[in-house]
Design a protein around this ligand. Structure first.
Ligand code: PMT
Length: 223
């Protein structure tokens, strides 16, 4: 059941944590393993969608039948995702995108001086918010990774970024969030509906998400 819900649809998923270079050997990164986004790409592909995975560096194998585009930085992800957006039916932004990048990338390895130093950071564009502004008929799905006031912050992100569904993720709970094979999430909808899922594998979360995506696209999902 559900095998062909997304036949004929084009999906784009982002995954992993962006890396923002400081110099030729160092970067600012985060703890995203890519597992959540890769699981979503697999579930979309299994549901029949033509699936593009825009991935920051990870150790994961590309799911069968999925087209992967590798990026490193938030700016690279921004260019790829915005370029493809007009031809896509559904976008899922599971990547952990750096909000800031170093103001300058040193050409040579930064030398140790023995004194303290200050790093200047400049803001990266918010890819999801930009898609929310550009959106025509697309279904747009965001994530919110929070360490406090989960529902409040997630509600705020949903409105600010103009998404059709927001996946709220308390990343402080054991068995949820960065790195682990399972997750604990809630789906929030602009009409106030909310679905709380218990702890389950990231692939199972992804399959629940695919069902909601099909419904948002107006596809009958009764088995
Ligand atoms: O990769 P795993 O190890 O499996 O971990 C999964 C996960 C914890 C990374 C994933 O479940 C998750 O929560 N992903 C979103 C992480 C994140 O960056 O959340 P955020 O609340 O900072 O961002 C909110 C949304 O805006 C996200 O959809 C993010 O992709 C997007 N964003 C953020 C910043 C930015 N500059 N551009 C963006 O598009």
């Amino acid at each position: 059941a559900g095998l062909n819900w997304l036949q004929g649809k084009k999906a784009l998923v982002t995954a992993g944590g962006t890396q923002e270079p400081l110099d030729p050997v160092r970067y600012l990164g985060n703890r995203s393993s890519g597992r959540m986004g890769y699981a979503i790409a697999q579930a979309l592909q299994e549901a029949g969608a033509e699936t593009i995975l825009v991935s920051a560096p990870t150790d994961l194998p590309t799911p069968h039948g999925v087209t992967k585009i590798s990026v490193q930085t938030a700016l690279e992800m921004y260019d790829v995702v915005l370029g493809l957006f007009p031809e896509i039916d559904v976008v899922i932004k599971a990547a952990a995108v750096a909000d800031y990048r170093p103001a300058v990338e040193a050409e040579q390895k930064i030398k140790k001086t023995g004194t303290s130093r200050t790093l200047e950071l400049v803001p990266n564009p918010d890819i999801l918010a930009e898609l929310g502004r550009m959106k025509t008929s697309q279904v747009l799905i965001g994530f919110a990774a929070e360490t406090e006031n989960l529902m409040e912050n997630a509600q705020h992100k949903m409105q600010k970024k103009n998404v059709n569904l927001l996946v709220a993720n308390d990343v402080t709970k054991p068995g949820a969030g960065f790195g682990c094979p399972t997750n604990i999430v809630s789906f929030l909808f602009p009409d106030g509906r909310r679905i709380d899922l218990p702890q389950m594998s990231k692939l199972e979360v992804a399959r629940h998400l695919v069902r909601e995506i099909a419904k948002l696209l107006g596809i009958q999902t009764k088995e």
